[in-house]
Design a protein around this ligand. Structure first.
Ligand code: IPM
Ligand code: MG
Length: 355
């Protein structure tokens, strides 16, 4: 089997964590007798610097010809602090999601016993936490009509959702829940927002379909959910939510396991799927060989599951677990005895090759 993968390393620590991910992908391919054909393409600030465009057409074309896409990170401080910037790295990411039809962002949050004491949350609260957030990714306030008045004194962003947009991600979330603990929690703001009421109505209707009769559907206002995620995170199984709420609560949820550097994600939709660590470009660490590569390595594992290379994915997960238990970790996890990004990558690679 040969897989065509487009790799978008992006900005900040993106290139160096991706280097480790690719190392592991290659090792897994050799071990399990498949091949990968990598095409590198530009996105983000790096793409702006080289072409003036945060997502050149060639990048989209390359993705469309691939079996899957791997992304590092997007974003650079020189754009963050400039409200007059006409082009921004993040536009590249949003355009990529839209052009590839990636309407569902899937972010699993699991905890590792060995890291319990790294979490800012008390151990008894995070024991057994294992949930997955389904965040809608191509609608809502991110993509609604936006603008500014002529005098520059008012601005607006609108949030639109159609039944169809809600329906398709809801089915993905429900199908996933059927293979898990069968609980779905819809997070919204239906006490205030019309779009949230449409979400409730649509999700309720789908929950009544016979194939979903086993699903236990809960609803929670986003402000309450933000609190419950810290207070009692183990209650959640599958969280379903719109674009903006999903953006916010997944960052919040990412602190539960003890390091944001551990969490992978998948964006899926009309065919092609994209895999990326949920952390950002972390520019302060760029080029220092200190960034945690596990989120990218685990994103490679998610990609291999998507490509039905389940044994390879399992071995990668086992290797990450072993590395964590053996203290082969970067400085975000071990201040006293940190390993470098490349040392962690090499160790995981060696584990896979020699297993
Ligand atoms: C994310 C990021 C992006 C988002 C930014 C970089 C546009 O925060 O993937 O969560 O808001 O979706
Ligand atoms: Mg975010």
């Amino acid at each position: 089997m040969n897989y065509k993968i487009t790799v978008l390393r992006g900005d900040g620590i993106g290139p160096e964590v991706m280097e480790q991910g690719l190392k592991i992908l290659q090792a897994a391919a050799e071990k399990y007798n498949f091949t990968v054909e990598i095409s590198e393409a530009l996105i983000g600030a790096t793409a702006i610097d080289q072409t003036g465009n945060p997502l050149p057409d060639e990048s989209i074309e390359s993705c469309k010809k691939s079996d899957a896409v791997l992304l590092g990170a997007v974003g650079a401080p020189k754009y963050d602090n400039d409200p007059t910037a006409k082009v921004r790295p993040e536009q590249g990411l949003l355009k990529l999601r839209k052009s590839l039809g990636l309407f569902a962002n899937i972010r699993p949050v699991t905890t590792y016993e060995i890291l319990y004491d790294k979490s800012p949350i008390k151990t008894d609260r995070i024991k057994g936490v294992d949930f997955v957030v389904f965040r809608e990714l191509t609608g809502g306030i991110y993509f609604g009509k936006k603008g500014k008045s002529e005098d520059g004194k008012t601005a607006y962003d609108t949030s639109d959702y159609s039944v169809e947009e809600i329906d398709r991600i809801t089915r993905l979330a429900f199908d996933t829940a059927l293979n898990r603990r069968k609980k779905v929690c819809l997070v919204d703001k239906a006490n205030v927002l019309e779009t949230s009421r449409l979400w409730r109505h649509t999700v309720d209707k789908i929950a009544q379909e016979p194939q979903y009769s086993e699903i236990e559907l809960d609803k929670m206002f986003v402000d309450n959910a933000a609190m419950q995620l810290i207070q009692w995170p183990s209650q959640f199984d599958v969280i379903l939510t719109e674009n903006m709420f999903g953006d916010i609560i997944t960052d919040e949820a990412s602190v539960i396991p003890g390091s944001m550097g551990l969490l992978p994600s998948a964006s899926v939709g009309e065919g092609l799927a994209l895999f990326e660590p949920i952390h950002g470009s972390y520019p302060q660490a760029a080029g220092k060989n200190i960034a945690n590569p596990f989120a990218t390595i685990l994103s490679v594992a998610m990609m291999l599951e998507h490509l039905k290379q389940n044994d390879a994915a399992k071995l990668i997960r086992k290797a990450v677990d072993k590395a964590l238990h053996s203290g082969i970790v970067t400085e975000d996890i071990s201040k006293d005895n940190p390993k470098s990004t490349t040392e962690v990558g090499d160790w995981v690679k060696e584990f896979i090759t020699s297993d």
